[in-house]
Design a protein around this ligand. Structure first.
Ligand code: PMP
Length: 287
């Protein structure tokens, strides 16, 4: 069935959801976005995603022509109009149409677009068996060049690393930062467990501060685990007891090998499984 898309302040048919070829979102990747899950018809951690969208926009000096409350309402309207029970929302704000030059003063009408659709998940065996990873040679953007905390429409850095993962037969790839430390995966944050302690790189490692990451850190703390944000090397990952990734689409997924090294027992570890169960309970709680 054709989707209803939110565009230009109203819901339009998918076939009519068109924007200008002069939009700087297309010409330069100049814009910001969010990927948000819907569980049981409810938009999950909605406020956190809207806050991050507005922070990304502020960082690139893009004024979203709506209030956060109006954007929340637009997302909810779109989810309802498409009858989404369990699904995925792509919320996009472009710079708007401009001239064939970089000057943002020559652009107007930033476009707020909401697409609400079903979601394609990793195959079920990824969750029961865990995934294998390789380290990409493409490093994460230097934060002095483009902060990874901005969820911008320019994902080429991540796409180039993902191609390396795909070439190696894997669905994700690990990215290091400009200092050679562990940063994150191409579309997911990364965690390790060592001697019962849960560790993940901090925002200063040059990562996107994932909403799922933050929720899982809070759940882990509430469950009594020690949780640390610290700089990590690949060695720390190789000798960890457990590894897992977090992301809006992935939720919590175990990693059982990295660069040919088996992680822990080679199966999803007990703390990873516990945190996945706690996260899934949160998704069912109406949060
Ligand atoms: N890092 C990157 C580069 C991502 O694109 C994403 C997914 N949007 C994440 C991490 C995970 O973030 P979140 O939990 O907010 O989906």
């Amino acid at each position: 069935m054709a989707l209803k898309i939110y565009l230009g302040g109203k819901l339009v048919d998918e076939a009519d959801a068109k924007i200008s070829v002069f939009d700087h979102g297309l010409l330069y990747g100049d814009g910001v976005f969010e990927g948000i899950r819907v569980y049981g018809g409810k938009v999950f951690l909605h406020r956190q995603h809207i806050d991050r969208l507005f922070e990304s926009a502020k960082a690139i000096r893009l004024v979203i022509p709506m209030t956060p409350e109006q954007v929340i309402d637009a997302v909810e309207q779109t989810v309802k109009a498409n009858n989404i029970g369990d699904g995925y929302v792509r919320l996009v704000v472009t710079r708007g149409a401009g001239s064939l030059g970089l000057d943002i003063r020559r652009t107007s009408n930033p476009q707020v677009i909401v697409i609400a659709d079903t979601i394609s998940l990793y195959p079920p065996e990824t969750y029961t068996k865990g995934m294998n990873l390789v380290t990409a040679s493409t490093i994460r953007n230097h934060p002095g060049a483009l902060s990874a905390r901005i969820k911008s429409l320019n994902y080429l850095n991540n796409i180039l690393a993902r191609i390396e993962g795909t070439d190696a037969g894997m669905v994700e790839a690990l990215m290091l930062n400009h200092k050679g430390e562990v940063a994150e995966c191409t579309g997911d944050n990364i965690f390790l467990v060592k001697n019962g302690v849960v560790r993940t790189p901090g925002p200063d490692a040059g990562i996107l501060e994932g909403i799922t990451r933050n929720a899982v850190m809070q759940l882990a703390t509430e469950a009594g685990y020690r949780v640390e944000e610290c700089s990590l090397t690949r060695h720390d990952l190789y000798v960890s007891d457990e590894m897992f990734l977090t992301g809006t689409a992935a939720e919590v997924v175990a990693v059982v090998s990295l660069d040919g090294r088996t992680i822990g027992s080679g199966e999803p570890g007990p703390i990873t499984r516990d945190l996945l169960a706690r996260f899934q309970a949160l998704t069912r709680s109406g949060a």
